[in-house]
Design a protein around this ligand. Structure first.
Ligand SMILES: [Zn+2]
Ligand SMILES: [Zn+2]
Length: 276
């Protein structure tokens, strides 16, 4: 299993990415829903200060202190720097939980930040279009990989082995950074450059119908489809959907699967946890 996701626009959103034990946002209900799994999480990335994305944080921090589980692992919480609401919330949490038995670090980040999450993977935030008064983030996970240098691409297997013996393994390959995952946070469609080459895209789609959207700070399905058409991602996970569409989630997902038959497409049902 790679993901556990709960997302209902306005109510709660959290995304657990299991391979790196990362949590994107911490909406309400997360601790009771994840139970002991919260001990495995070492890094939390907040996208912005809206309540439906951060309201579970206080409980999460407290439960991780008191429930049965290892307290050896530190907990790092990354958030957009200068976010006034988050800074206030952090100060409240620190005051209320001043006897923590594990190391808790709140780390402000900006658009230049690169956060190492393992020896081979790192995360970069990018700016989204959601609330003009606040810096809001989406995130990309990158993996450092190696591949055959372009000039040797057309050699057959035996020639590659020969060449490798002759000039050395390191000299036939080149390093590159693969964008394994991009998550939009709350936003209008994210710029193509952050989604273009990702392997998995998690994108919000609060509104299936354009006419339901009163303020342009969330994505509509029509807009998202244009983005999907222009990217290489094989897996698309649509989240942060308004519960007004509960009755048409399934049929909408079916339609999208037909329209984009070369991709795996999932919609996170606002009333259910998606395990993938
Ligand atoms: Zn939201
Ligand atoms: Zn929001």
């Amino acid at each position: 299993m790679e993901f556990i996701i709960k997302s209902k626009a306005l109510y709660t959103t959290w995304v657990l990415y299991k391979p790196d034990r990362i949590l994107f946002d911490v909406g309400e209900g997360i601790s009771s829903s994840l139970g002991n799994k919260i001990y495995a999480i070492e890094n939390i990335f907040l996208t912005h200060s809206h309540i439906d994305h951060i309201s579970g944080l206080w409980g999460f921090i407290n439960t991780r202190n008191n429930a049965m589980g290892s307290r050896e692992k530190p907990l790092n919480i990354y958030y957009p720097e200068n976010s006034e609401q988050i800074v206030k919330y952090i100060s409240f949490i620190k005051n209320m939980n001043n006897r923590l038995r594990y190391s808790l670090n709140f780390i402000p980040i900006n658009l230049k930040s690169v956060i190492e999450i393992s020896e081979t993977r790192y995360i970069k935030p990018f700016k989204t279009r959601h609330t003009p008064s606040e810096l809001t983030f989406g995130y990309q996970i990158f993996e450092k990989r190696k591949r055959l240098k372009d000039e040797y691409k057309y050699l057959d297997q035996n020639s590659i082995i020969e060449l490798s013996k002759k000039i050395g393994k390191d000299n036939i390959s080149q390093r590159y950074d693969a964008n394994i995952l991009t998550i939009s946070g709350d936003s209008l469609p994210i710029p193509l450059e952050y989604a273009e080459n990702c392997e998995i895209l998690l994108h919000e789609c609060t509104f299936f119908k354009e006419e339901d959207r009163k303020i342009r700070n969330h994505t509509s399905l029509e807009e998202l489809k244009i983005l999907i058409k222009n990217i290489n991602a094989k897996k698309i996970i649509i989240y942060h959907v308004s519960s007004r569409y509960n009755s048409i989630i399934k049929s909408t997902e079916e339609k999208l699967k037909k329209e984009f038959s070369d991709k795996e497409i999932y919609i996170v049902h606002p009333e259910r946890k998606l395990k993938l």
